[in-house]
Design a protein around this ligand. Structure first.
Ligand SMILES: *Cc1c(COP(=O)(O)O)cnc(C)c1O
Length: 422
């Protein structure tokens, strides 16, 4: 699988060249670079792309300035925690390359994700195979390319690994009850309290080194204490390992669940407090995390086209060319953070109907009656040919698009820009 085309970008293409030499050094297949400066407004950018399109189709804009700013926020608030970006959240190659050049490592859950990361030139020791249940063929692949750290929460995983990847080091994934997260992970993932000791022993008997503990407190965790409390539980497992005379544990994996919002400061403070309280005496400790949404959500803007309109009394109904079988597909995708803004293709239309808004419904293009994007929201009146722009569309969106009903909503072009973080 090749992701890159090794072409050199045109010399004046973006300010990205100065800011992120590695990210800019390759032009990505199926993606486009733009001739922009940071002072160009996003709307000018959208207009210039839309006008150049041969036939209208949705597109994404990825702002690497946002990614850079989030990485520097991460480094200043969690200086001791190494981020492993959760690739499933958004495997866009430009995003992955930028994160790699900013020093991130990667959480992969499948063979395809491992290959995508390797094709960036990232070494295997920067990949965590963070899937507690792996098929035999994927385990064999991981072994063949030297991805030597994975998670587990069952005996059967040990049995498979013993046969196909006996040198792999292990993190025990523990179950977290996440009542305060928006989407919890505990019902499917993680060892129960009374399974932990037998699993540690079973792994040891089979020649494996369990190097640490991993958890995920649920996506969009709103209670900073959830991290503190689970860090305390992880320490109890470190203690259990030393009481059982197993090799000392060294890796604390605090998972994902973060959002790039003001709450992140409080969450970081609780994590630091937890590490200080429970882990300050652990020798050679590495703390890692698996942020997905944090780095991806705010970096992407989606631009769709209004392709149909129906007026019903005072309600406006529109069709756009993306929907729940496209970027609005995954249940992990959260409509509360997306922001919809109409964009009128003709300048003089900016003030249609004196700026008044109407109760509006927005449908996706397929013939499934569930294919709604927005229901009863207030929007200015739009016409066929206008654009509907959605901000904060980088998390669990394009990564889950389908071709249902003959609408190919996979692989919409992504235009990469770098807007000054300040
Ligand atoms: C999906 C996932 C993540 C990322 O979660 P976010 O809520 O996007 O931060 C991290 N770790 C694992 C194991 C996951 O499955």
């Amino acid at each position: 699988m090749t992701i890159f085309q090794n072409t050199v970008p045109e010399s004046d293409s973006t300010t990205l060249n100065q800011a992120m030499p590695n990210a800019a050094s390759q032009v990505l297949k199926g993606q486009s670079t733009l001739h922009l400066t940071p002072k160009d407004g996003i709307l000018d950018l959208i207009r210039s792309i839309a006008e150049k399109q041969e036939s209208s189709e949705p597109f994404y804009i990825l702002d690497l300035g946002v990614v850079e700013r989030l990485m520097s926020q991460w480094n200043s608030l969690l200086p001791n925690v190494k981020p492993f970006f959760a690739v499933k959240c958004n495997p866009n190659p430009s995003l992955l390359l930028a994160l790699s050049s900013l020093g991130a490592s990667f959480d992969c859950a499948s063979c395809g994700e491992i290959m995508a990361i390797q094709s960036l030139g990232v070494s295997s020791d920067r990949i965590l195979y963070a899937n507690a249940c792996k098929s035999v063929s994927y385990i064999k692949y991981a072994a063949s390319v030297g991805v030597n750290l994975t998670t587990f929460d069952s005996r059967s995983e040990i049995d498979k690994l013993k046969k196909w990847h006996p040198k792999c080091e292990l993190l025990l994934r523990i179950k977290v009850d996440n009542k305060t997260s928006w989407r919890e992970f505990g019902s499917k993932f993680g060892a129960l309290d009374d399974e932990i000791m037998p699993l540690l022993c079973y792994a040891h008997e089979n020649g494996f080194k369990v190097v640490g503990v991993s958890f995920h407190v649920g996506t969009k965790q709103s209670d900073p204490k959830a991290y503190y409390e689970t860090i305390a539980r992880a320490k109890a497992i470190f203690n259990m390992a030393s009481e059982l005379k197993l090799p000392a544990m060294q890796i604390l994996d605090i998972g994902g669940g973060f959002q790039a919002c003001p709450l992140f400061k409080d969450i970081a403070a609780e994590i630091n407090r937890g590490v200080e309280a429970y882990f300050c005496e652990v020798k050679n400790l590495s703390i890692i995390a698996e942020p997905g949404r944090y780095f991806a959500e705010n970096a992407f803007t989606l631009v769709t086209n209004v392709i149909g309109k129906r007026v019903r009394g005072s309600t406006m109904e529109y069709w756009i060319d993306d929907g729940i079988y496209g970027s609005f597909n995954l249940p992990a995708f959260d409509r509360t953070s997306m922001m919809a803004k109409p964009f009128f293709m003709k300048d003089d239309d900016g003030d249609r109907n004196g700026g008044s808004t109407f109760k509006s419904t927005v449908f996706g293009p397929t013939c499934d009656s569930l294919d709604f994007v927005l229901n009863e929201c207030e929007l200015p009146e739009m016409e066929v040919g206008d654009l509907l722009v959605f901000q904060n569309m980088g998390a669990y969106t394009s990564s889950a698009a389908t071709k249902f009903n003959g609408f190919n909503m996979q692989g919409f072009p992504t235009y990469v820009t770098y807007r000054n973080p300040n």
